[in-house]
Design a binder for this molecule. Structure first.
Ligand code: DQA
Length: 145
């Protein structure tokens, strides 16, 4: 049974009401329900925080406790060397997710500090991106066994 942490960063607690024209009408709770239904034989843990340090603590705690991470770091994607370093330190596979296509938006969203320490990035598919990330992580973990 794969143990996967689904970690969401700042402002993602507001999904559903936050700029629905960009991020859709699906709430974070809806996404968690969708993920649980999509991966019934995995042990999923969910955490959302608006605080960079709390996200870093969660990444550290995942070492030895989880098999992989799905991370939407929100705006910290574009700013946080500390999140990059945390992921680089724990040697767990991580799939980066964004609801919106960050490469088709403002130039400050084009750079990701997460991408170099992620298996890959899924962006632009809305809530479906989390399910695609689960499939990608499962495929990676299965191939690694
Ligand atoms: C986001 C994209 C980021 O640029 C933005 O700051 C977010 C959400 C996304 O899921 O599309 O908060 O990560």
């Amino acid at each position: 049974m794969a143990r996967i942490l689904i970690l969401n960063g700042p402002n993602l607690n507001l999904l559903g009401t936050r700029q629905p024209e960009v991020y859709g009408a699906t709430t974070l709770q809806d996404i968690e329900i969708m993920c649980t239904a999509h991966a019934p034989s995995s042990a999923l843990a969910f955490l959302q925080s608006n605080h960079e340090g709390a996200l870093i603590d969660a990444i550290h705690a995942a070492k030895g406790a989880q098999d992989g991470i799905i991370l939407n770091a929100g705006a910290y994607t574009h700013t946080s060397v500390a999140l990059h370093d945390a992921l680089a330190s724990i040697e767990l596979p991580c799939v980066e997710v964004h609801l919106s296509n960050i490469h088709a938006r403002e130039s400050f969203r084009h750079h990701s500090y997460i991408a170099p320490v992620a298996l890959g990035q899924i962006a632009g598919f809305g809530a479906l991106g989390y399910l695609l990330a689960l499939d990608a992580l499962h495929a990676h973990l299965h191939a690694a066994v």
